[in-house]
Write a protein that binds this ligand. Structure first.
Ligand code: MCN
Length: 787
C-alpha cells in the first residue's frame, strides 16, 4: 500500500522483537544438522608452559568419542595461521597464531588438542581424559614487566615489544615543555571481559562430494570471516558459506575470527560430518578476546586560566599472548581522538604494544576510543583541580567552536562536522549543574557522610572507518565500503539484502524505515535479509558504529537507483517525459494531472512481466549500490554523572545520569536511546565494577560471573537523555554512528564524579573500577591513615 506517511525520525517499534520475545530466535546453539558431532577443546591450565607430550589414547578409547586431534595431527589442514588483518607499522612483529598450539601454551586457555564425540557431554568428558605433559614456565602478566623482555613469550620474535606506533607532531610541540601549566598523570585501564548474553558457538556443515561448507557462527562479520577463514582452512571462498543466524550480542568480541571456527571447519572436512561447538561461560572468559588493558602517561598543557593547549599521550597496550584479528589496531583507533572536542594547539600520541601471558585483547565496544576519552577527561579534571577552576569552566573555554563543514583537525584527519558547545551546554542545563554545585557545597559544609560528586565527560569519536584508500594507508586490510540490494516484488513487498550483520542493533527496523520513506510503503512491507554470505551482497559487516552511515547510505543509493528506474518505466507507461512526473508517497503522478499515476508496486508488476517495457529497459525492479564513504563520521556529546559517595564505606551510588549525544540525523530515536542505554551501562560497569584479574601465575581469578561483576538493572540509574543534531557531511543521510557512544563517554564521567565527591577530603585519584574498597582506601590515605 502506497503511503505518504514518513517513518525516519519516528520511534518505530522493532520488527526484530516478536521472534526474540516469543522464544523463536534462531540461535546457533538451537541449530542442528543430521549426523552432527560435537567438538570440545583441550585447553592449557597454565599461562606459560612447554607442551612436552600429549597422550590422547585414553580419551580416544572412551565411548562415543570419534577422534582426538593434536596440533600435529591437523597440521596439513591449514592454509595458514589464524588471520590477523591490521599490521599497524611496517616493522611490526607478528606472533604466529595457530588454532592449536604446537610447542607451548602462552595463556591459560590456549588450545592444545580437540576431541570430537557424539554429544557435547561426551566430548567435554573426554577432554578431561587427554593427558598433557606440561613443563611450566614463568608467566609474565604485568605490562611493564613484560616490556623488560626478561621472559620472552615468542622466542622467534626475540622480544615482547611487538609494535610501536608514533602518531605525533601535530601543532607546536614546544608547548609540552613551555606551557604555563603542565599536568602529568598516569592512568591504568584494566582488562575487561566482554559478556554477550550468547557466548560463542558454531556449526560447520560439509557437503563432502562438492567440497562445500556452511558455517553457522555467532559472528558479527560473516563476510570478513569468509575471506579469512577460507585462507586459514584452505577452502575456496566460493565453496564457503557463512551464516550468522540470530546473534545474541557481540560488543566487538564477535568482530573476530576464532580458532574454534577454523577447527570445526577442518574437522568437518576430515570426518565428513557436521561438527558443532558451543562455548561455556568460563571458557568464554578465557578464550574469547578481552578488551582494554592499558597504561597511559598523559601530559596536558594549558594556560594559567585552564585553557587546554595540548595533549601528549604515551601508551603501553596489552596485546595478550597473540594477535587476534585486529589487536594492535585497537590502540591506533584511539590514537586519532586524543584531542577530544577541544581546540588544542599541539598533539602527540604513541603506543607500544606488548605481548603478555594472557588472553589476546581486541575490539571491545568503543575499541581504543573509550581508552582515549577516559585519559583525556580524567586529565581535564586534574587540570581543573590544578588551576583551581570548576571542571565545567575548563571545558567551556577549551571546546572547539561549531563547524558545519568538514575540517582537518590537529591529528590530521578530516572531521565531518561538530557543535560540541551545544551538547555540552544542553547537558549542563539538563543536569541543573549550578544547583548541583550548590547542593554539593552545602553537604560539604555540613560534613555529611554522604557526599555528592558531579562528573563530566565530553567526547568525540570516529565511526564508519572510510574511505577504503585511507584504510589502506592505515594498513588495515579490509575496505570501508558496504552494499545493499533492493528488490521491489510484484506483490508490493520490498526486500532489502544488506551487507551489514546486526546482532542487537535493529538494522531490520531502521533500514525498513529508510526504505519505507523513499518508496512510500509501510515498514511492515519491507523484509530485511542479512548475515548470510549466500544471500546478502558482499559487504563489510557490523562494527565500528559504521552500519547506518555506510550500509544505510548504500541502501539510500540503491533506493535512488530504483526510483530512477521506476521513473523511466512510469514515463513510458504514462506517455510523458520523465521531467513531467512528480514523485511522492510511493507514486509517480503527471504534473497537472494527478489522476494519471503509477505506484512503485504497479511498476514492480509491469517491470516483472515486462510485456510493455521501453526498449533497452532491464526487466525487474531491482538495484544494488555499493558505497565507499569519503570520510569517517564523528559523533560527539557530553555526559554528566551525579553520584553519592558514602565517605565511611567508600560505597558509590549513581543518583543521576544525563547524556546529550549528537549522532547527526536520527533514523529511530527509540533505537538510538537503546544504544545509549546499553553503552552507558557498559561504561558504568567499566567505571565501578568490572575488571579481569589474573594472579601472578596467569590464572584468571575472575573466571565466572560470580567473580566478574556485571551490573544488573538495580545497580543502574534511569538515564536522562537528549540530543543535539549536527548532520554529518560525509553521507547524504546526515547520519553519524551511535553504537559505541555510551561506552566511550561514561567511564570518565563516573570516575570523575566519584573523585569529585571526595576531592575536598584530598582524594585526587582512583583507578578503575572505583570499587568501595579502593575508594575507602583512597579516602583513608588522603586523611593520613594507612592505605
Ligand atoms: N541509528 C539511528 N540513527 C543514527 C545512528 C544510528 O537510528 N543517527 C541506529 C542504526 O540504524 C542502527 C543502530 O542505531 O539500528 C546502531 O547504528 P550504528 O551506530 O551505525 O552502529 P552499528 O549498527 O554499526 O553497530 C555497531 C555498534 C558497535 S561497534 C558495538 S560494539 C555494539 C553496538 O553497536 N554492539 C552491540 N551496539 C550493540 N547493541 C547490541 N544490542 N548488541 C551489541 O553487541
Amino acid at each position: 500500500m502506497a503511503t505518504t506517511q514518513k517513518y525516519v525520525g519516528q520511534p518505530v517499534l522493532r520488527k526484530e522483537d516478536p521472534e526474540l520475545i516469543t522464544g523463536q530466535a534462531r540461535w546457533t546453539e538451537n541449530l542442528s544438522a543430521p549426523g552432527e558431532v560435537w567438538m570440545a577443546v583441550v585447553r592449557s591450565p597454565f599461562a606459560h608452559a612447554t607442551v612436552k607430550a600429549v597422550d590422547t589414547s585414553k580419551a580416544a578409547a572412551m565411548p562415543g568419542v570419534l577422534a582426538v586431534f593434536t596440533a600435529a595431527d591437523l597440521q596439513d589442514e591449514w592454509g595458514g595461521p589464524l588471520p590477523f588483518v591490521w599490521p599497524v607499522t611496517e616493522d611490526i612483529k607478528v606472533p604466529v597464531h595457530w588454532p592449536l598450539t604446537k610447542d607451548k601454551a602462552r595463556f591459560q586457555g590456549d588450545g592444545v588438542a580437540v576431541v570430537v564425540a557424539e554429544t557435547r557431554a561426551l566430548a567435554e568428558d573426554a577432554v578431561e581424559a587427554v593427558e598433557v605433559s606440561w613443563d611450566p614456565l614463568p608467566a609474565v602478566l604485568d605490562l611493564e614487566e613484560a616490556a623488560k623482555d626478561e621472559v620472552v613469550i615468542h622466542e622467534d620474535l626475540g622480544t615482547n615489544n611487538v609494535v610501536h606506533w608514533v602518531h605525533g607532531g601535530g601543532g607546536d610541540q614546544s608547548i609540552f615543555e613551555n606551557a604555563p601549566v603542565l599536568v602529568k598523570e598516569r592512568y591504568l585501564g584494566p582488562r575487561l571481559i566482554p559478556n554477550a548474553i550468547e557466548p560463542r558457538g558454531c556449526l560447520a556443515q560439509p557437503v563432502p562430494a562438492m567440497g562445500e561448507f556452511t558455517l553457522f557462527s555467532t559472528t558479527q562479520i560473516p563476510h570478513i570471516a569468509r575471506v579469512t577463514l577460507g585462507g586459514t582452512c584452505n577452502i575456496p571462498e566460493s565453496k564457503l558459506r557463512i551464516v550468522a543466524p540470530d546473534v545474541g550480542g557481540g560488543f566487538g568480541s564477535k568482530l573476530n575470527v576464532y580458532a574454534e571456527e577454523a577447527l570445526c571447519l577442518v574437522l568437518a572436512r576430515r570426518l565428513k560430518r557436521p561438527v558443532k561447538w558451543i562455548e561455556g561461560r568460563s571458557e568464554n572468559y578465557l578464550a574469547t578476546i578481552h578488551g582494554r588493558g592499558t597504561i597511559h602517561d598523559v601530559t596536558i598543557a594549558a594556560t594559567e586560566e585552564g585553557k587546554i593547549l595540548g595533549f601528549h599521550v604515551v601508551e603501553l597496550a596489552d596485546m595478550g599472548a597473540y594477535y587476534q584479528l585486529l589487536t594492535p589496531g585497537i590502540p591506533e583507533l584511539g590514537g586519532w581522538v586524543y584531542m577530544g572536542p577541544y581546540d588544542t594547539k599541539a598533539y602527540w600520541y604513541e603506543f607500544t604494544g606488548v605481548v603478555t601471558n594472557a588472553t589476546p585483547t581486541d575490539a571491545y565496544r568503543g575499541a581504543g576510543r573509550p581508552e582515549a576519552t577516559y585519559v583525556l577527561e580524567r586529565a581535564v579534571d586534574a587540570l581543573a583541580r590544578t588551576v583551581g577552576k570548576d571542571p565545567a569552566e575548563v571545558r567551556r573555554i577549551s571546546l572547539m567552536p561549531p563547524f558545519a563543514e568538514a575540517m582537518t583537525s590537529i591529528m590530521g584527519l578530516n572531521v565531518d562536522s561538530g557543535n560540541y558547545q551545544a551538547s555540552f551546554e544542553r547537558a549542563l542545563e539538563m543536569a541543573g549543574y549550578d544547583q548541583l554545585r550548590k547542593e554539593q557545597r552545602a553537604r560539604r559544609d555540613a560534613g555529611d557522610v554522604r557526599q555528592l560528586g558531579i562528573g563530566l565527560s565530553s567526547y568525540i569519536e570516529m565511526c564508519g572507518l572510510a574511505p577504503s584508500n585511507i584504510l589502506g594507508a592505515l594498513r588495515y586490510a579490509a575496505g570501508g565500503w558496504d552494499a545493499c540490494t533492493v528488490q521491489c516484488l510484484p506483490d508490493g513487498k520490498v526486500v532489502l539484502k544488506i551487507g551489514t550483520s546486526p546482532h542487537g542493533q535493529s538494522h531490520v527496523t531502521t533500514w525498513a524505515q529508510i526504505a519505507a520513506d523513499t518508496l512510500g510503503v509501510s515498514p511492515d512491507d519491507v523484509e530485511v535479509l542479512h548475515g548470510d554470505t549466500s544471500v546478502a551482497p558482499l559487504g563489510m559487516d557490523t562494527y565500528g558504529s559504521r552500519s547506518v552511515a555506510v550500509g544505510g547510505t548504500a541502501l539510500y543509493l540503491a533506493l535512488e537507483k530504483i526510483k530512477d528506474k521506476a521513473r523511466t518505466l512510469a514515463a513510458h507507461e504514462l506517455e510523458v517525459a520523465e521531467d513531467d512526473l512528480d514523485f511522492d508517497g510511493g507514486s509517480f503522478t503527471v504534473k497537472g494531472a494527478p489522476d494519471k499515476a503509477r505506484t512503485i508496486t504497479d511498476l514492480a508488476v509491469s517491470s516483472w512481466h515486462a510485456h510493455a517495457i521501453p526498449s533497452g529497459f532491464e526487466p525487474n525492479l531491482e538495484a544494488t549500490a555499493v558505497y565507499d564513504p569519503p570520510n569517517f563520521t564523528w559523533p560527539a556529546g557530553t555526559h554528566v554523572c551525579v553520584v553519592e559517595v558514602d565517605t565511611e564505606t567508600g560505597a558509590t551510588e549513581i543518583q543521576r545520569y544525563v547524556a546529550v549525544d549528537d549522532c547527526g540525523t536520527v533514523i529511530n530515536p527509540m533505537i538510538v536511546d537503546g544504544q545509549i542505554h546499553g553503552g552507558v551501562a557498559q561504561g558504568i560497569a567499566e567505571a565501578l565494577f568490572e575488571e579481569a584479574i589474573f594472579d601472578d601465575q596467569g590464572n584468571l581469578m575472575t573466571s565466572s560471573m560470580t567473580q566478574y561483576l556485571i551490573p544488573a538493572a538495580s545497580e543502574l540509574p534511569s538515564f536522562e537523555l537528549d540530543r543535539t543534531v549536527t548532520p554529518s557531511t560525509t553521507n547524504p543521510l546526515g547520519v553519524k554512528g551511535i553504537g559505541e557512544a555510551g561506552t566511550i563517554a561514561a567511564p570518565p564521567a563516573v570516575v570523575n564524579a566519584v573523585i569529585d565527591a571526595v576531592s575536598h577530603l584530598g582524594v585526587t585519584h582512583i583507578e578503575k573500577p572505583a570499587s568501595p574498597e579502593r575508594l575507602w582506601k583512597a579516602i583513608r590515605a588522603a586523611k593520613g591513615g594507612a592505605a
